[in-house]
Design a protein around this ligand. Structure first.
Ligand code: BEZ
Ligand code: FE
Length: 293
């Protein structure tokens, strides 16, 4: 095309990717061109703004490493991560929520009931739950991958004071789909505030840097869609302004002081009452066909 104009550029640039063999990738890229061009036209993007945006992306790249992705944080604070989670949700199933940067594969397998308290400071709590299908039938072959932060707000990967694999585990549910995890109450913590996402974007918008306290869980079961989600605490002060839009009503549970001497004894919790949250996790069956685009 030797006469590229404002009125044909989008078409020409989109068509130039027509050689991508992978049909889905072709769609993703061509539609990205359409949407990016549309955005630039809508806001009448200037050279200065375009250069500023590229410089911002460079700063994101500069601070990223194998251990840290500023781009993933950018996706989180723009709500894109939550959008993808919500679009993947299925009617009747437990909603998904952000994976975050602190999941690592290969957590230790623990027996169910599990106890993660160890030498951790903090308030002992117990999550007791079941994994069911959409009809409420237990899924006895389900597994859980669980992780959370310590009482100082940090995950073990970024805190040399914590032992490896602190406060994370995998476990199998019992024959009734049940699980029990004794742990410490997760606490709120801040998203990274030393990079361009915070300094150039989130802080100038006068937004909160805090994530509402949560535990992460990935729930898998044969023939069912894997659920990546979070469990929130009804008493947390940041539920209404979580920095990454991860909170959904069905994911908020209440830690209720419960008298259960056997439960306390099982987990070495002093006294005969403890803070217990009941959790109901529902998985959708794997879709027969991919959802339409
Ligand atoms: C987290 O949940 O661990 C997390 C999510 C997004 C940004 C930072 C942390
Ligand atoms: Fe987290």
């Amino acid at each position: 095309m030797r006469n590229v104009q404002l009125n044909n550029l989008t078409q020409v640039a989109g068509d130039s990717f027509g050689g991508l063999d992978n049909e889905r990738l072709r769609l993703l890229v061509q539609q990205l061109v359409v949407v990016l061009h549309g955005y630039a036209k809508d806001v009448r993007l200037t050279h200065e703004e375009w250069r500023g945006a590229l410089a911002f992306l460079h700063r994101c790249a500069d601070i990223s490493s194998d251990e840290r992705s500023e781009f993933s944080l950018l996706s989180d604070v723009l709500g894109l991560s939550s959008l993808v989670d919500l679009m993947a949700g299925r009617e009747g199933a437990t909603p998904g929520s952000v994976l975050g940067p602190f999941h690592t594969v290969g957590s230790p397998w623990l027996d169910n009931p599990a106890n993660l308290i160890g030498a951790n400071a903090g308030t002992p709590v117990v999550y007791q739950g079941t994994v069911c299908d959409l009809e409420g039938q237990p899924l006895p072959l389900a597994t859980l991958d669980y992780w959370q932060n310590a009482a100082n707000g940090l995950y073990w990967q970024v805190d040399p004071q914590q032992p490896r694999d602190n406060l994370r585990c995998q476990l199998k549910v019992d024959a009734h789909g049940g699980f029990e995890i004794a742990t410490i109450r997760p606490v709120p913590y801040e998203i990274p505030t030393d990079g361009p996402v915070w300094n150039d974007l989130v802080q100038p918008a006068k937004r909160s840097s805090w994530r509402a306290a949560h535990a992460h869980v990935i729930v898998s079961a044969p023939a069912h869609s894997t659920l990546v989600t979070e469990l929130f605490d009804a008493e947390d002060p940041y539920l209404d302004n979580d920095a990454v839009f991860g909170v959904r009503l069905p994911l908020i549970g209440q830690f209720s002081r419960t008298r259960d001497p056997a439960l306390c004894q099982r987990h070495g919790i002093e006294g005969d009452t403890c803070l217990l949250m009941k959790v109901d996790l529902r998985l959708a069956p794997l879709p027969d066909h991919p959802a339409p685009v």
